[in-house]
Design a protein around this ligand. Structure first.
Ligand code: AMP
Ligand code: ZN
Length: 118
């Protein structure tokens, strides 16, 4: 489904659906994934709706940079001392299920990860 009006992550941003937040500022929100695939698994999203990475243009350059610079900071705070994985599923063949751009951040001991990781 591609509808900003019925977007679950926009509803999380608006506080209409609860989430377990790690971080929030004027542009970004990070919250724990509801079905974690690793001991640490959170999502970092722009508060402004954009369907996917494939729908980003120059206008999203600043927020994309902010997201990518925020990832290591939040990963460190979440205890990913030994590395982490970032995943951006994009489009049907990319396995994207929620059409509001999001970066998965996964970490923790690898033997504790569930397969398949996102
Ligand atoms: P993707 O396949 O990249 O679109 O992944 C979407 C992710 O959003 C999945 O890992 C879901 O577990 C996660 N997710 C869906 N609904 C929620 C929610 N209400 N709160 C937190 N995570 C969610
Ligand atoms: Zn949205």
């Amino acid at each position: 489904m591609k509808s900003q009006d019925n977007c679950i992550f926009c509803k999380i941003v608006a506080g209409q659906i609860p989430s377990n937040k790690l971080f929030e500022d004027d542009e970004l929100l990070a919250f724990h994934d509801i079905h974690p695939k690793a001991p640490v698994h959170f999502l970092l999203i722009p508060k402004t709706h954009v369907d996917s990475l494939a729908d980003c243009g120059p206008g999203e350059g600043d927020v994309l940079a902010r997201i990518m610079l925020k990832v290591p900071e939040l990963a460190r705070q979440a205890g990913c001392d030994n590395g982490f994985r970032t995943v951006i599923n994009t489009g049907p063949d990319g396995g994207q299920e929620v059409y509001h751009l999001h970066v998965h951040v996964l970490g923790g001991p690898r033997e504790q990860w569930k397969a398949p990781a996102p």
